[in-house]
Design a protein around this ligand. Structure first.
Ligand SMILES: Nc1ncnc2c1ncn2[C@@H]1O[C@H](COP(=O)(O)OP(=O)(O)OP(=O)(O)O)[C@@H](O)[C@H]1O
Ligand SMILES: [Mg+2]
Length: 495
C-alpha cells in the first residue's frame, strides 16, 4: 500500500502545486508533509497556517488570519517552501479564496520549490478548483504504523505493558482507527493495567464502538454470547469453529481465503439472531448491527447515502462483522419501500462482491420467500444455513442451557420428559416456558422445580401449531436452497 509520502511525491513529480489532503489526522498529515520537505536536495521550509493563528514564521507578512490575506502573503513572498493551510475547507465557498488558490496554482506551476497544501478533515471541493487540485485521501494507518504507535506507547510506560504474543492481535484490532484514537485506547489500557489478551481486545473494541456510534445507525453488539449457550445447530457451530482463526493477523498474512458472509434463514425463534451473536466472541471480531429502520428513517439523509456511509464506516473499522437482521425487510421488497429498497439492494449486492475482505456479513432472514434469488446465488455468501425447529436431542440441550441460565441444575430435572412435552417447539418457546416457571416459583418464595416447568409448558401454544402451513412452506423452500444448521436433522424436517 502506498504511503502518504509516496502520494505526496507523486504530486510533486507531476508538478501539482495545489494539494488537498483529506483526513482527520492532522498530525499524521503534518509529519507526511515534513517528510516530503526533507526529500528535497535542500530541505524545503514548511509554513503552517490556521485561521486562529495565521501563518507562523512567514517573515513580515503581517496579520494573515484571514485566508485571503494568508494566500496573498504566500503569493507575494518569494520564499521557497510548502505552505500548509489547515482547515481551509469552510472557506472554500468564498470567491476570493478560490481565486487566490487558482493564482497560487498558476504562479507555482513551473516552480517545484513552492506549493500550497490544504489540509482538512472534510472534503469540500469547489467545482472551479477541481482541475487544479491534486486530491489525496489519506487512509487510516497501515499495520506498520499501528505497530509503531503501539510500541511507542508501550515504551513510554517503561514496562512490558503488552506482551509480544498480543501485539499481532492488537494491530489487527486497531485497524481503521486514527493514530490519535489508537493512542487514547492504548493509554487507557496501560493505565488500567490490563494484561489479559481478551481484556485488551475488548477495550479496543469499545473504542471502535464509540467511533461507530457516531454514525447513529450502526449498533455495537458486545461479545457476550458464548457458543456453548446455543443448543444444537452443530453444522453451523462447526462451520464457525473452523473459521475461528481466519481473522487473525497470521491467517490474513498467509493469504488463506477469508469468508465473506453467512446467511441464516429459517423459522422464527430457532436461534438465527443468537447464531450471529456468538460469532463475535468466537472469532474475537466486533459485531455491528445495521439498523435498517434508521437507515430508512431519513434522519441521516437519504437512505442510499446513509446506507453507503454505514458500509464505509464499517470498512474503516474492519475487521468487523456486519449484522443485517431480517435482511428481507431492510433490503427487500416491502411495499412502501420498494423503489428505494431496490436501489439499496443492488448497491448491497455490488458491495458484497467487491467488499473489503475484513468485513464479514452475517445476515438473517425469516420471510425467505421474499428474498430475491440473486442474494442466495453462490458466491455472495459462503454458506446459507437453514435453522429448523430443534430435534429431540437438540431440544434437550436447549432445555439444559436455559435451566442452568435460570439457576437450576439440569440433573434435578427429567430433561427427557420435558423434551417430549416440548415437541416441535422452537428455542424461544423453550426459553419462555423455563423463564416463566422460574418467575412463578420466585413469586411463591421457592426455587424452581420440574412441576413449575411442566405447568408453564402447558400454557404455551407453539408456533408449530399456529403456523403449521407456513412452516411447511418455509421448509420445502429451504430444502433445495440451504444447508441445515443442525447436523442430525430433525424428524420434523423434510429430509
Ligand atoms: N438453539 C438455541 N439454543 C439456546 N437458546 C435458543 C436457541 N434458539 C433460540 N434460543 C433462545 O431463544 C431466543 C430467541 O432466539 P433468536 O432471537 O435467536 O431467534 P430468531 O431465529 O432470530 O427469531 P426471529 O426470527 O423471531 O428473530 C434466544 O435469545 C435464545 O435465548
Ligand atoms: Mg432474530
Amino acid at each position: 500500500m502506498p504511503t502518504l509520502l509516496d502520494h505526496l511525491q507523486k504530486a510533486v513529480q507531476g508538478r501539482s502545486p495545489l494539494i488537498y489532503l483529506y483526513s482527520p489526522e492532522e498530525n499524521r498529515l503534518l509529519d507526511g508533509v515534513r517528510a516530503l520537505a526533507d526529500t528535497f536536495p535542500e530541505a524545503l521550509p514548511v509554513y503552517v497556517w490556521s485561521c486562529v493563528q495565521g501563518f507562523s514564521g512567514l517573515g513580515s507578512a503581517g496579520d494573515t488570519k484571514a485566508p485571503v490575506d494568508a494566500l496573498r502573503a504566500v503569493l507575494a513572498s518569494d520564499t521557497r517552501g510548502i505552505f500548509v493551510m489547515r482547515d481551509l475547507h469552510p472557506f472554500l465557498s468564498e470567491p476570493d479564496v478560490i481565486r487566490a488558490l487558482r493564482e497560487c496554482y498558476y504562479a507555482f506551476r513551473e516552480d517545484p520549490d513552492r506549493m500550497v497544501v490544504v489540509m482538512a478533515p472534510e472534503l469540500v471541493m469547489p467545482e472551479s478548483l477541481k482541475k487544479e487540485i491534486y486530491l489525496i485521501e489519506v487512509l487510516p494507518p497501515g499495520d506498520d504504523q499501528i505497530l509503531a504507535e503501539i510500541l511507542r506507547v508501550r515504551e513510554s510506560y517503561g514496562v512490558a505493558a503488552f506482551a509480544e504474543d498480543v501485539l499481532d492481535e492488537m494491530v489487527l484490532a486497531c485497524k481503521g482507527m486514527t493514530v490519535a484514537e489508537i493512542g487514547h485506547v492504548l493509554h487507557r489500557i496501560s493505565r488500567t493495567d490490563l494484561s489479559v489478551k481478551d481484556d485488551i481486545l475488548e477495550e479496543i473494541f469499545s473504542e471502535k464502538e464509540m467511533i461507530v456510534k457516531k454514525s447513529g445507525y450502526l449498533e455495537f453488539t458486545p461479545p457476550r454470547w458464548d457458543i456453548d449457550g446455543v443448543g444444537g445447530m452443530d453444522n453451523l457451530k462447526d462451520w464457525l469453529r473452523k473459521r475461528q482463526a481466519v481473522f487473525s493477523r497470521d491467517a490474513v498474512a498467509s493469504g488463506v481465503p477469508i469468508p465473506k458472509g453467512l446467511l441464516l434463514m429459517g423459522i422464527s425463534g430457532c436461534g438465527k439472531s443468537l447464531g450471529v451473536k456468538i460469532i463475535s466472541s468466537l472469532w474475537n471480531v466486533p459485531l455491528f448491527r445495521l439498523d435498517m429502520n434508521l437507515v430508512f428513517s431519513g434522519l441521516y439523509g437519504s437512505p442510499e447515502a446513509a446506507f453507503h456511509s454505514a458500509l464505509s464506516t464499517l470498512e474503516a473499522v474492519s475487521p468487523a462483522i456486519l449484522w443485517i437482521d431480517e435482511i428481507e425487510n431492510g433490503l427487500g421488497m416491502e411495499e412502501d419501500k420498494i423503489t428505494i429498497a431496490s436501489h439499496i439492494f443492488s448497491a448491497f449486492l455490488t458491495w458484497m462482491q467487491e467488499k473489503p475482505p475484513l468485513v464479514f456479513v452475517a445476515a438473517t432472514a425469516n420471510r425467505i420467500h421474499a428474498l430475491p434469488a440473486e442474494i442466495i446465488r453462490k458466491g455472495r455468501f459462503d454458506q446459507v444455513f437453514f435453522a429448523d425447529l430443534p430435534n429431540k436431542k437438540e431440544r434437550e440441550e436447549i432445555i439444559r442451557i436455559h435451566l442452568q441460565r435460570n439457576g437450576g441444575d439440569p440433573e434435578d430435572y427429567d430433561v427427557e420428559m420435558l423434551g417430549l412435552l416440548m415437541e416441535d417447539w422452537n428455542g424461544a418457546e423453550i426459553e419462555q416456558a423455563i423463564v416463566s416457571a422460574r418467575v412463578d416459583a420466585y413469586s411463591e418464595g421457592r426455587s424452581m422445580v420440574q412441576k413449575d416447568v411442566t405447568r408453564s409448558s402447558s400454557l404455551i401454544v407453539p408456533l408449530s401449531t399456529t403456523m403449521e402451513d407456513q412452516i411447511k412452506g418455509i421448509r420445502s423452500w429451504a430444502f433445495t436452497r440451504a444447508t441445515p444448521a443442525s447436523k442430525y436433522g430433525s424428524k420434523a424436517r423434510t429430509r
